[in-house]
Write a protein that binds this ligand. Structure first.
Ligand code: ADP
Ligand code: ADP
Length: 238
């Protein structure tokens, strides 16, 4: 688990400034929630923390993002390695529909290590699914498609896929907004558990959720201003 330091971050889509002047320090093994109205730039901000914006046409970043003191945007930094170091969980659970549960867990790992021994794969699958509080529910159906699981289970499968590559940081973009309350509770519990191993950044527009899961809450700008996303308040008390 590593620290995250953001300095004077601006994010543009073409000429449009979507996020302006964000600076923040995030300590290791904490959960930080970013909260704010729709369209204020939360997802945009999150994507810059693992260079995911690079797959978006015309998106451009100014400023620095340091993970454990190393600039993500430095020369010679490989974006593929960055995305391994910084895992992402999305709003809609997105297991690969044609892959089994097991293949889903290994999907990110296999891109990097195609020669992993079968026994090591099995051990990693179990460890990752245990880490996502999903093992007991799926251990007898590992070869079945991930798409056969409930929404909440699919989201925990996506978390297992993220942790299987041993990232330092896990980003979550409204991970519960497509889920029912029981599944949401399970994910919130899981977030509290995984912060012992990872630095977690979660985007939410649910104030109660932010206070339940996070050590610190960062507020993006208020609704209806039509201005770029800015950090307007950061709770330093935690
Ligand atoms: P939030 O996650 O807070 O809802 P977003 O980061 O998705 O906000 O969007 C911030 C602003 O940037 C919005 O005005 C949105 O329309 C705009 N935006 C987001 N993605 C793109 C894109 N790919 N191209 C152009 N504008 C975008
Ligand atoms: P969310 O609120 O979950 O981020 P959106 O509906 O705002 O979802 O955006 C869905 C996708 O469309 C995102 O990948 C975002 O980058 C893109 N997008 C959002 N606003 C714009 C825009 N103004 N122009 C182009 N793409 C956009």
């Amino acid at each position: 688990s590593k620290s995250i330091e953001v300095n004077d971050l601006n994010v543009f889509y073409g000429d449009f400034l979507a996020v302006e002047g964000v600076s923040i320090d995030i300590k290791p093994n904490t959960v930080t929630a970013f909260i704010g109205p729709s369209g204020c730039g939360k997802s945009t901000f999150l994507r810059t923390l693992n260079r995911m914006h690079e797959v978006i046409p015309r998106a451009r970043v100014e400023g620095e993002v340091l993970i454990d003191g190393k600039n993500l945007y430095g020369a010679n930094v490989d974006p593929v390695l960055v995305r391994r170091q910084v895992g992402m969980v999305f709003q809609r659970p997105n297991p690969f529909p044609t892959m089994s549960i097991k293949e889903n867990v290994l999907a990110g790992v296999k891109l990097n290590n195609t020669r992993m021994a079968k026994s090591d794969q099995d051990a990693l699958v179990e460890q990752s699914l245990r880490g996502a509080n999903l093992w007991n529910e799926v251990k007898d159906r590992l070869e079945k498609p991930g798409s056969g699981l409930s929404g909440g289970q699919q989201q925990r499968l996506c978390i297992a896929r993220a942790i299987a590559v041993s990232p330092d940081v896990i980003l979550m973009d409204e991970p519960c907004s497509a889920l029912d309350p029981i599944s949401t509770f399970a994910i919130e519990e899981l977030i509290a558990e995984i912060k012992t191993q990872y630095t977690v950044v979660i985007v939410t527009h649910n104030m109660q959720q932010a206070s339940r899961v996070s050590d610190k809450t960062a507020f993006f700008n208020i609704a209806g201003t039509g201005k770029p996303g800015k950090l307007i308040e950061y709770d330093e008390t935690a």
